[in-house]
Design a protein around this ligand. Structure first.
Ligand code: AMP
Length: 738
């Protein structure tokens, strides 16, 4: 964005020349076979560039909101919209336009001054709320150079943090003096999600912008009240002096990759675990960001994670990678983080190289003191949350309020407790480490007043419990009351048998994870198993146990079941029928004694499906269970097959309802009747399968494409679904092909 003469084409050409990312420049001055063309030609061309998987520069002035609106609409979960605003002094743009020769659009010479002047009068600075992921404001040559460096350094899969960057005081003299005729400059709207979130420690400061090594400091914008605080000068950045909250106040945890450096954990495996755990977190917790940080641009783990994150369609507003020093994320990189993770040693002491030494040193002696108050050591797979006193430089300079120590598994024979290449155990411990780390972060968010997705009073209180838990209990291995541990054993493994009786002391060694489960011809036959449930997985359990406390959210309560709308419906109609029996967490717990309950759940689900079918006979329903549910307490999904929902976001969501992972209620009842247990298919591969239409089985490269296909697909359902009453249809449709 920028007036003629502001340097847009030069900017694009420079980036295209120096970047390894495939870029195409779309310019209205040349779009018609080298001649000026129309906006719709630009839109068409940009669309096809994006479809080719390339990035595109829209080289147009785009000075007002209306001009850019249609381009912004090209954004999608896969396509980030960035604005680079070349907001240079009008005088400069005018004199450049007047002097230039051979301009593509022939805007040069005397007429240029009038045109530029006229255009600038319409100028409306962009706001994030228009649909931009990131906006970079450049008001002088050094800003432009910094933006050039940032964009030139982006390789194909790199992403940049979201937010507004580099906007100086809108009332600064340089703007007022030269551009008197401009209308009052508006400041980007705050997109802060939660006004209750406590003010960031930096939010009342006026900070001198430092040379930025990677990114420009984020500019927290407020629409009023800051002018009087300004001392003037180009490099002053104002941080929300009126206390309003911006997108940058979204709780953020920065974490290094655990165990992949000194502890030599396999990078590929670690990247998969990071993404699995990140995905789990971002799907559960709203208004929070996770950032994987490494010091070097050449970091192997960062590029692996970036590539895999792109494949999994993880929301880049909620998770991204960042190159920089974890102890200087704000002052050098402009990235605000409430919490940072420390890849600690078991003694919880400063020392070694890398992040541990750097974090203890940057935090000052306060961190050691506060850590010691809470624990003397840490076992692999666990995390410890330590609040920082405001006297710590990490707090006062960087705005970090908590350090979370976390210890991962060690695969390095030169270090203590080497796991000797045992990746079954290693992966389990690494998973636990990230679970523990992210739960620690969730507990911080909770106490700082942010709402978790799905948070009810219960979930909130669960998290406060887990905060206490993190204050030491965790590392002392006292089982958390919200993590139910069961060990019964038709198919109990030797390892868990050995552990029997002392799991209180060695919880992390004895609980079985997915890795520890036995695998029978790739099918898991229903059996009781050891399973821990994180604090965020408890809400359905609490609802089932105390429906009277949740009456407002329930649509049916009986002695056996509770029915409610799924809080994040993955289709137009999506209900959950919860069993009310204590001790029935998931399908693996179900046996013949529960047959009657299963039939009741099915009948209740069917009743609701039929009710919805009376209202809309075009709907089609399926009733079933997830093989490995994310939430504790046996629940039956009653879901319409349109899958028309904004909550249906990723492969995992899709495949959990459209692969063998979804176990139809009718089949479960049959299996329990015949064999006493249900077949459970919870292989990870099922959830990461390619995306296929549930009707015609055509494959699609990503969720938006799949969603656009299914919104039109009229093919009949596959024969397997048409049998055995797996689909529930309106009476008028039964008998005809759905
Ligand atoms: P599962 O993967 O089978 O455990 O599915 C759990 C379902 O519970 C998901 O569809 C979630 O969207 C839904 N869910 C999570 N939290 C809540 C809640 N507090 N109230 C209602 N539904 C929820």
């Amino acid at each position: 964005m920028g007036a003629p003469g502001s340097g847009k084409s030069t900017f694009c050409e420079h980036v295209i020349r120096s970047s390894t990312r495939p870029w195409v420049r779309v310019c209205q001055d040349t779009i018609g076979n080298g001649k000026a063309g129309t906006k719709s030609q630009c839109l068409k061309s940009a669309t096809s560039v994006l479809e080719d998987g390339k990035s595109v520069f829209i080289d147009r002035c785009n000075l007002d909101r209306e001009q850019r609106a249609e381009f912004v609409k090209l954004g999608s979960p896969q396509v980030e919209m960035h604005a680079v605003v070349l907001d240079l002094p009008a005088q400069l743009c005018i004199s450049r336009s007047v002097k230039r020769t051979g301009h593509e659009g022939n805007l040069q010479g005397g007429k240029a001054a009038a045109v530029v002047n006229r255009m600038l009068q319409k100028k409306e600075l962009p706001k994030l709320s228009e649909g931009f992921h990131r906006i970079t404001f450049c008001q002088n040559d050094s800003d432009v150079q910094a933006a050039l460096n940032t964009y030139s350094a982006l390789s194909h899969l790199d992403t940049l943090p979201p937010g507004c960057f580099g906007q100086k005081n809108p009332d600064a003299k340089i703007q007022l003096g030269i551009m008197k005729f401009l209308k009052k400059v508006e400041v980007p709207v705050n997109v802060g999600p939660d006004a209750n979130f406590p003010k960031h420690p930096l939010s009342t400061q006026i900070t001198k912008e430092k040379d930025s090594c990677c990114k420009q400091p984020e500019d927290i914008s407020s629409s009023s009240g800051n002018a009087k605080e300004i001392k003037g000068g180009e490099n002053i950045v104002v941080h929300a002096v009126d206390g309003t909250v911006s997108s940058k106040d979204i709780p953020t945890l920065a974490f290094p990759s655990i165990s992949t450096a000194d502890f030599q954990f396999n990078h590929e495996k670690a990247a998969d675990i990071i993404l699995e755990k990140v995905e789990e977190f971002v799907n559960k917790v709203e208004n929070a960001r996770l950032v994987l940080v490494d010091l070097s641009h050449g970091s192997k783990i960062l590029s692996l994670v970036r590539a895999k994150a792109a494949q999994r369609n993880i929301d880049s507003n909620k998770f991204f990678t960042f190159v920089g020093d974890i102890t200087r994320l704000y002052s050098k990189g402009g990235l605000r983080c409430n919490a940072i993770a420390n890849a600690a040693n078991w003694r919880l002491k400063p020392g070694g190289g890398g992040a541990n030494a750097a974090i203890f040193s940057a935090a000052g002696p306060e961190l050691e003191v506060e850590t010691k108050k809470r624990a003397g050591s840490l076992i692999p797979g666990k995390a410890l949350v330590v609040p920082l006193p405001s006297t710590s430089p990490l707090f006062s300079r960087e705005g970090v309020t908590h350090v979370i120590h976390v210890l991962g598994p060690n695969m390095n024979p030169q270090r203590p407790n080497c796991l000797d290449n045992d990746y079954v155990k290693g992966s389990k411990v690494l998973r636990e480490a990230y679970t523990s780390l992210f739960e620690g972060f969730a507990s911080i968010i909770n106490t700082q007043g942010n709402l978790l997705e799905g948070s009810s009073e219960n979930l909130r209180s669960e998290l406060s419990v887990s905060q206490d838990h993190f204050k030491g209990n965790h590392i002392k291995n006292v089982p958390n009351h919200d993590q139910k541990i069961k060990r019964v054993g038709v198919y109990e493994s030797e390892r868990s048998k050995k552990c029997k009786g002392f799991h209180d002391e060695h919880e992390s060694d004895c609980t079985e994870s997915k890795d520890g489960k036995e695998n029978l011809n790739n099918e898991k036959i229903g059996r009781s198993m050891t399973k821990t449930w994180g604090s965020w997985a408890q809400s359905l359990y609490h609802i089932a146990m105390h429906p009277e406390k949740h009456k407002d959210n329930l649509i049916e309560i009986s002695d056996d079941v509770v029915v409610l709308n799924d809080l994040y419906p993955k289709a137009q109609r999506h209900l959950l029928v919860l069993a009310r029996s204590e001790g029935l967490d998931c399908l693996a717990d179900v046996s013949r004694e529960h047959l009657q309950l299963l039939r009741t759940m099915h009948a209740v689900g069917l009743k609701w499906a039929e009710k919805f079918l009376c209202e809309d006979e075009l709907l089609v329903f399926r009733l079933g269970y997830h093989s490995a549910p994310s939430m504790r307490q046996l629940h039956l999904h009653v879901i319409s097959q349109d899958f028309n929902s904004k909550h249906l976001k990723n492969k995992k969501h899709w495949n959990s309802f459209n692969s063998a992972f979804f176990r139809d209620s009718v089949d479960v009842i049959e299996e329990i009747t015949n064999h006493g247990r249900a077949t459970i298919k919870d292989e990870d591969s099922l959830l990461s399968m390619e995306l296929r239409c549930h009707r015609c089985r055509s494959a699609h490269p990503n969720m938006p494409r799949l969603k656009s296909h299914i919104s039109n697909c009229q093919a009949s359902f596959p024969p397997s679904l048409l049998q055995n009453d797996r689909l529930v249809l309106a009476p008028s449709k039964s008998g005809s092909e759905p």
